[in-house]
Design a protein around this ligand. Structure first.
Ligand SMILES: N[C@@H](CCC(=O)N[C@@H](CS)C(=O)NCC(=O)O)C(=O)O
Length: 225
């Protein structure tokens, strides 16, 4: 079977390349470039999936998979042969499923809000609008966004104090899914050496040969710069 990853530069689809490298599965990449001004995906991606977001995975037997957590879960279920997911019915499996959902459902929203409000603060606008925009963005960040990011970072740091990887002592698809919010937090969400477990975790995932191979296939990945 041929697996094709519809890969947008600098995006969540980097995780899918990494997963396929970990599994040693052959795959093709169709590359899409973000608009340098808006950072949005090009319209061609809507021909693959109506939302026009990345990642999307297609197979030559007619599957179209979207939503990174669902892609990670489905690929591991179909091709994992017992690798990268704890056995069904175990407490570790519940943790695995929790983190697969948490990454996009809970960790990403405040990080995305921060990105949007940072952009509003720094975007060009008539001079008289600037102080108003700055005041609104500053209030949203101080009162809601930053405290939420702090809560999530504290939570993740504490969880990594309980086990080496998110689902337990073994590396799993949950770690691949969790890499993106943690990388995003390190790039622009205030994650730094004051949270040593998360920083060491990032070093561990970046040292994995499959992670490095995925970077070579996927091209420059801005969250690491
Ligand atoms: N929750 C979705 C999010 C998908 C998503 O927003 N992808 C971003 C890339 S990181 C995207 O395609 N952005 C370009 C756009 O919105 O046009 C997932 O995890 O797959």
């Amino acid at each position: 079977m041929t697996i094709t990853v519809h890969h947008l530069n600098n995006s969540r689809s980097q995780r899918v390349l990494w997963l396929l490298e970990e599994l040693g599965l052959p795959y093709d990449i169709v590359a899409y470039q973000r608009d340098p001004n808006t950072m949005l995906a090009p319209p061609e991606l809507r021909q693959v999936h109506p939302l026009g977001k990345s990642p999307v995975v297609t197979t030559d037997d007619g599957l179209t998979l979207a939503e990174s957590g669902a892609i990670v879960e489905t690929v591991i279920e179909r091709f994992g042969n017992g690798r990268f997911a704890p056995a069904a019915g175990t407490p570790a499996f519940l943790r695995y499923r929790y983190w697969l959902h948490y990454a996009e459902g809970s960790a990403m929203p405040p990080l995305l809000l921060k990105l949007v409000f940072d952009k509003i603060e720094n975007s060009k606008m008539p001079f008289f609008a600037k102080p108003i925009a700055k005041a609104i963005a500053g209030k949203a960040k101080r009162s809601f966004i930053t405290p939420n990011i702090t809560t999530h970072l504290d939570f993740m740091e504490a969880e990594l104090g309980k086990s080496r990887w998110f689902a337990g002592e073994d590396f799993s698809g949950a770690d691949i899914q969790m890499s993106f919010p943690i990388e995003a937090a390190a790039a622009r969400g205030g994650l730094d050496a004051s949270r040593p477990k998360l920083m060491a975790y990032l070093d561990r995932i970046h040292a994995r040969p499959a992670y490095k191979r995925a970077l070579e296939r996927g091209g420059p990945y801005g969250l690491l710069s």
